[in-house]
Design a protein around this ligand. Structure first.
Ligand SMILES: *Cc1c(COP(=O)(O)O)cnc(C)c1O
Length: 404
């Protein structure tokens, strides 16, 4: 793990902006992006930031400024990306069970589109024929990813058109003369083994000869990042090597080189983020010492939802003697962040920082228990900017219509 904001600096931000607080470190995003572009410098590869991981508009603007493209999961994300300054040619909308009306909107906005069902492919053909290029989100029937909840390419997954339905796809493509510009697969998240991507390429190469207007192969996202010391991450250099090898081994029909796309979410923003909380209460029980912080799964749901591990640091007492604690939240629902976790001695009032909080952190937060969503701060060029105000009481009533 590299380029971390120091404990002292994080504690200073907690004091200045209050807690709970999300902090993002811009230069860390840049460092991650550079790892990708460096590894793939000798190949024709483009990276689309899967922005559902973190959509604060300042993050989108920053990512636009460092040169990455953007991958969206909803038409609103497409609109946010346009608002952030991405030209439509750098915006990809990968659909998943969406209404055809959103695809029509995406066409009007001029962005790149991947469709993920035969039904929408047919509607697309009827309406646009050959006039607007479109990509196919395919389900490769490959098992991959950190756990079942984050696996999306296997043969029971809802995502994509199963590759075994290729005959139906080809019927529609030919009937409406649809211009298929890319083939897309996204097999899951936290993929350690680069062979998964190679397997994906193998599946796609079997299909490529059927599509004569193809320009791009989109291998999705899912690169793993380290969550704790000793954790393996996706070996990006090895991935680049394997992908290049794979492409070198397969002759492309017509000889036209295909550009390779990836859609990293977590890889770009996970490590840039910290959630800083404050200890409300210490509770000693016969078996456990509980640390209750002023947060919960309403702010960071990953531990409860995915059983994910987040490194926690007592930034107020980093030299304190280590003890084991259960770190829990303050909402009325089990919201354990960590069991049996060694931390430097914790006292009421201490600030605890949760690492890897950039991806799927704030983005999956809610107002459960009628608590406020945290504020967000962006550290850029050594300067801290408030980029989202903490909710206020009025926010809880906003959009409610009082009829009684
Ligand atoms: C979520 C998603 C990604 C990003 O996944 P990460 O694990 O965050 O890299 C990429 N592509 C698509 C289509 C997605 O839905």
């Amino acid at each position: 793990m590299s380029q971390h904001l120091s404990n002292g600096y994080l504690a200073q931000l907690a004091t200045e902006f209050g807690t709970p607080l999300y902090v993002y470190h811009a230069e860390k995003i840049k460092e991650q992006y550079a790892k990708l572009t460096t590894a793939f410098r000798n190949s024709n590869t483009v990276f689309f930031y899967a922005c559902k991981a973190l959509t604060n508009i300042n993050i989108l603007k920053y990512i636009c400024s460092i040169g990455a493209n953007v991958d969206c999961s909803s038409i609103n994300e497409v609109k946010l990306a346009l608002h952030a300054g991405f030209p439509s040619s750098r915006i990809l909308y990968t659909s998943n069970g969406i209404a055809f009306s959103e695809i029509e909107e995406a066409v009007e906005l001029g962005v790149i589109i991947n469709v993920d069902s035969l039904s929408n492919l047919e509607k697309f053909g009827v309406k646009y024929g050959h006039s607007y290029p479109v990509g196919l989100r395919l389900r490769p029937n490959i098992m991959a990813g950190g756990n079942l909840k984050i696996s999306t390419g296997h043969d029971k997954s809802k995502f994509g058109i199963p590759v075994d339905q290729i005959d139906r796809i080809l019927e529609l493509v030919s009937k409406y003369n649809i211009r298929i510009s890319d083939l897309h697969i996204h097999t899951g998240s936290e993929i350690k083994d680069v062979e998964v991507f190679v397997k994906g390429i193998e599946v796609l190469f079997g299909l490529i000869p059927h599509f004569k207007h193809l320009e791009f192969i989109d291998l999705g996202g899912g690169f793993k990042v380290p969550y704790k010391d000793g954790d393996v991450s996706t070996d990006i250099d090895l991935l680049a090597e394997k992908v290049n090898e794979s492409f070198a081994e397969h002759a492309i029909p017509g000889g036209k080189p295909l550009q390779v796309w990836f859609e990293p979410g977590k890889f770009l923003v996970s490590e840039c983020g910290y959630l800083i909380t404050q200890v409300n209460v210490m509770k000693e029980t016969a078996s456990t010492t509980f640390v209750s912080v002023n947060s919960g799964f309403n702010h960071l749901i990953r531990p409860m939802f995915y059983d994910s591990y987040h490194h926690i640091v007592n930034i107020s007492n980093p030299e304190g003697a280590e003890k084991k604690y259960a770190v829990v939240g303050n909402i009325c629902e089990t919201d354990t962040f960590a069991w049996d976790r060694p931390l430097n001695e914790v006292r009421e009032g201490d600030f605890l920082a949760f690492y890897n909080a950039g991806a799927y952190g704030f983005e999956m937060s809610s107002n459960f228990n009628s608590r406020y969503k945290p504020a967000e701060v962006l550290v850029l060029d050594g300067k801290a900017h408030l980029i989202r105000k903490r909710d206020q009481f009025e926010d809880l009533l906003r959009n409610q219509i009082e009829v009684l």
